[in-house]
Design a protein around this ligand. Sequence first.
Ligand SMILES: Cc1cc2nc3c(=O)[nH]c(=O)nc-3n(C[C@H](O)[C@H](O)[C@H](O)COP(=O)(O)OP(=O)(O)OC[C@H]3O[C@@H](n4cnc5c(N)ncnc54)[C@H](O)[C@@H]3O)c2cc1C
Length: 337
Amino acid sequence: MFVIKKDISLKPYNTFGLDVGAKYFAKANTVEKVLYAINFASYNKLSVYVIGGGSNIIVTRDIEGVVVNPSIQGIQLQEEDVNFMTFRVGAGVAWDKFVEFAVNNNLGGVENLSGIPGYVGAAPIQNIGAYGVEAKDTIFKVEGIELATRKFVELNNAECSFGYRDSIFKKELKGKIIITHVWFKLPTKPSFNLEYGNLLDEISQYGGVNLQNIRKAVVSIRKHKLPDPTIIGNAGSFFKNPVVGPDAYIHLKKIYPDIPAFKISDDYYKIPAGWLIEKAGWKGKRIGSCGVHERQALVLVNYGGAKGSDILNLASSIQTSVKELFGIELEMEVNVI
Ligand SMILES: Cc1cc2nc3c(=O)[nH]c(=O)nc-3n(C[C@H](O)[C@H](O)[C@H](O)COP(=O)(O)OP(=O)(O)OC[C@H]3O[C@@H](n4cnc5c(N)ncnc54)[C@H](O)[C@@H]3O)c2cc1C
């Protein structure tokens, strides 16, 4: 029998370690159980919230509705030819387990995304990305259940409207679909993406360039760079890197000659949000129980006992400082529930 738990703490279910409650919590490891939880919410006139691995959320208060945790497992081969293998992956598969599976089977496309926390079902939400690669590069389609109609839906890659840390699931379909499976089309003869940061230097320590060594290098760099949420609560990068036009970039460069930027097209430059936050004096600052990490200005941390609202207040102060100093609006990457 499928049991929906009542009055639980969500502390183990979010990497910020926020101690907030959920009236109902449904760990649903099949599509039928996800549907059951949706029907239960509808029958009791309650709202539905979705939490996967909880590594990209801030919960600001107790949730009075039904929290669905889609924990559907399974990596099933669907199609194969000489160039690609296509898999249907359950929303509850740990993202890094899927990457490990791909690398162990000599399939490319996701090795640079090694070590990202969370579940496969959340990968399309913000189109996870790292080291010059994004989930959209390999996502073939997304399957889910529409909350309003309880109908099964499928969106192909184009229909997901993927962008930089963005997709239709953060816009028009925000809070409207529970993703149950994601299909990935992985190349059997991958071309490697090694241009980002010090990836090549790190790989050379492990020997030649191959999928296994890229994975090892990415995991090792991430371990040194990012605070471990099991030790100190955090949700990785808190803000998106802002994108500005050439006029704004030239103007900023005159005032701050050392400002870093990546040209992403003739019309746009991406500025590292961490640099802006550090320059605004926030790196390592602590306000009560939360603060800005001492080595990674882009990561906000919970030293223990912080509330979601404390972290949001800190985020808002940082946004104000950065706006005043650089005229740039920092947009949050983390999802507020
Ligand atoms: C240390 C650390 C490092 C990180 N590094 C990176 C990085 O390099 N690149 C990157 O892109 N991200 C990174 N992240 C952010 C995070 O890991 C990703 O965004 C991840 O995809 C979130 O997965 P999750 O299962 O934890 O999602 P959750 O945090 O549980 O949910 C995130 C959002 O997706 C929704 N959601 C989750 N699952 C579903 C579903 N099945 N159906 C519908 N909606 C759903 C939730 O409602 C919520 O709005 C990092 C986080 C941490 C803590």
